[in-house]
Design a protein around this ligand. Structure first.
Ligand SMILES: Cc1cc2nc3c(=O)[nH]c(=O)nc-3n(C[C@H](O)[C@H](O)[C@H](O)COP(=O)(O)OP(=O)(O)OC[C@H]3O[C@@H](n4cnc5c(N)ncnc54)[C@H](O)[C@@H]3O)c2cc1C
Length: 367
């Protein structure tokens, strides 16, 4: 039996590892357009120099050979579900019996003029390194304005790391811009927003909530209320969208994400699974969050259900824990501080240390 996994981030790597744990015989092929897994949660710390690219990424080829799987470093451009083949950019065709789609999400700039061309980003490791290079090259002898657009988890973390990076560069001012009335708007209770807001504004970050970007010009950002913010560097941390490959695939979708049934199979399909950010899973009004925890849990379960399908056994249902309605996360705030949000409550003591412990433990599988 051939299992092909497209996309080797948190979800895909978990599928491959779990499949091998459960079966020595399966023929596993992992495909990714990158050569390394990227631990995205640590990308903001690239900016402050607290971590290196090497420390927070892992060699997929080495991982694959350790679990006796094949790794193909190519981008998938199409899938033929009738012929059960995957086509790569290099025109390679790979046959499968079971397919797992785990291609993650992409950054969106919401079509705002000038935003994509004029912004830096930390979504990919390459982007985070480019942002760090721009920060390093900048001349801080003159007044400097750095704008972080989007005060979700990543935006707040980026602002915190910039505070650490710019500690001895008094000429630089950080702005954190958010469309919604509070930072961390995806968290259902305001306690965490208030705490994060106070922490980073006490560190001299200027927070602009209820502020929508209309256009990014060469030297200033124009907001919808007509005001402008001159900038030197913009770091865009607002919004994700479905991977472009999904547009080509005629599969059931919800707002562009792949709809899966309660066993993580793409709706209506028996041998195609989807996990991680790519998958849209909603059961009894509870929607899975797009986060590392669920990508890993889904990866594990999809692997289990592939094996159960082969063995003719009843499949196991997926139940999301880290959901849109009830999210949980570690949010770092700079200055080696973090807050853990769980069940609507905040835990501050040791939160940063626990976050770093989780990161190091995960990365061990690539060492
Ligand atoms: C900056 C940042 C910070 C984050 N912080 C946190 C956090 O603190 N906590 C948390 O829980 N979550 C966080 N997230 C979200 C988390 O990283 C994602 O939910 C998680 O990575 C989802 O895993 P995945 O396997 O679905 O996708 P990914 O890990 O993104 O992996 C997708 C893989 O698919 C590959 N791929 C895509 N298209 C193709 C193609 N056509 N052909 C071949 N390969 C392809 C990509 O190269 C990539 O390796 C953060 C995300 C970002 C961007």
């Amino acid at each position: 039996m051939k299992v092909v996994i497209i996309g080797c981030g948190f979800g895909g790597v978990e599928v491959a590892g779990e499949l091998r744990k459960r079966s020595k015989e399966l023929d596993i092929t992992m495909i990714d357009r990158r050569t390394r897994l990227e631990y995205q949660a640590a990308h903001p710390e690239i900016l402050s120099g607290k971590v290196t690219a090497e420390e927070i990424s892992g060699d997929l080829n080495e991982f694959a050979s350790r679990i006796n799987a094949k790794f193909i470093n190519e981008a998938v451009v199409n899938i033929d579900f009738e012929a059960k083949t995957v086509k790569t950019k290099e025109e390679r065709e790979i046959a499968y019996d079971f397919l797992v789609i785990s291609i993650g999400a992409e950054q969106t700039f919401f079509g705002i003029p000038g935003a994509e061309e004029r912004s830096y980003s930390v979504n990919t490791l390459k982007g985070a390194i480019e942002t760090k290079t721009a920060l390093d090259k900048h001349d801080y002898s003159k007044k400097t304005s750095i704008a972080v657009i989007g005060a979700g988890l990543t935006g707040v973390e980026v602002a915190g790391e910039l505070v650490d990076y710019l500690r001895d560069r008094a000429s630089a001012k950080i702005y954190l811009v958010e469309l919604m009335p509070r930072v961390l708007p995806a968290f259902p209770t305001e306690n965490v927003s208030n705490y994060a807001e106070k922490f980073i504004s006490d560190s001299s970050v200027e927070i602009l909530t209820d502020t929508a970007v209309q256009e990014v010009n060469e030297h200033e950002i124009t907001f919808t209320d007509g005001t402008e913010l001159p900038y030197d560097i913009i770091i865009w941390t607002a919004g994700i969208k479905p991977n472009g490959l999904l547009e080509k695939l005629e599969l059931p979708k919800e707002r562009g994400w792949l709809k899966v049934d309660s066993y993580l199979r793409v709706d209506g399909m028996k041998s195609v699974f989807a996990v991680g950010d790519t998958a849209y899973s909603e059961n009894e009004g509870v929607r899975s969050g797009q986060n590392v925890e669920e990508a890993e849990r889904q990866g594990k379960l999809a692997a289990k259900n592939i094996i159960r399908t082969i063995e003719g056994k009843k499949l196991e249902r997926y139940r999301a824990k880290n959901t849109i309605q009830n999210p949980r996360a570690f949010i770092s705030l700079g200055n080696d501080k973090a807050v853990m949000y769980f069940g609507g409550m905040m835990f501050k003591v040791f939160a940063y240390r626990v976050k770093k412990f989780v990161e190091r433990r995960y990365m061990k599988r690539f060492r």
